[in-house]
Design a protein around this ligand. Structure first.
Ligand SMILES: [Zn+2]
Length: 158
């Protein structure tokens, strides 16, 4: 008699679309989702991937128009909403408004308290710490985002 391999709990998560790591990935994700890739939508994605900052809708509008790329306020807002709803771009809710970034997968932020700038960082928490949190809460952790806060270090003169 043949014995079937015993499958304990699967470590595979349900088919998750692969991470978006470039402008091309973002464009192909739009196409995959059947989102229309208008000229305006492309402008926004290009800007986010070129500037690699977390920007408000207002500054996205300003920068595009400074570059001579015509796009209206409403179009900027609507496109940002659509792109973040689909998980193609990052959307951060802050007390002073929303900011948008190019990286949609889970990552951590370093918040500069002097400039209000947000820098993306990838931090890996040691597995023992994750296991401890899981044991304490009974929740299997699948992703995490850490917010660091601090002041710019004054460059040291040598
Ligand atoms: Zn970010």
């Amino acid at each position: 008699m043949e014995s079937l391999p015993i499958v304990t709990s699967s470590t595979k998560s349900p088919a998750k679309p692969s991470a978006i790591r470039s402008l091309e990935d973002a464009v192909s994700r739009c196409q995959m989702l059947g989102m229309r890739l208008s000229r305006q939508r492309r402008y926004i994605l290009e800007l986010l991937w070129t500037d690699q900052e977390h920007l408000s809708a207002r500054s996205i509008y300003d920068r595009l128009n400074q570059q001579g790329k015509e796009i209206g306020h409403t179009s900027v807002y609507q496109n940002l909403e659509a792109l973040s709803d689909q998980g193609i771009i990052e959307c951060i809710d802050r007390a002073d408004g929303r900011l948008y970034g190019n990286i949609s997968e889970a990552h951590s932020h370093v918040n500069c308290l002097d400039t209000q700038q947000i820098l993306d960082v990838n931090v890996e928490i040691p597995i023992e710490i994750l296991q401890k949190i899981e044991a304490e809460t009974g929740i299997k952790i699948t992703e995490y985002r850490i917010d660091f806060y601090g002041h710019r270090q004054v460059p040291v003169d040598r």
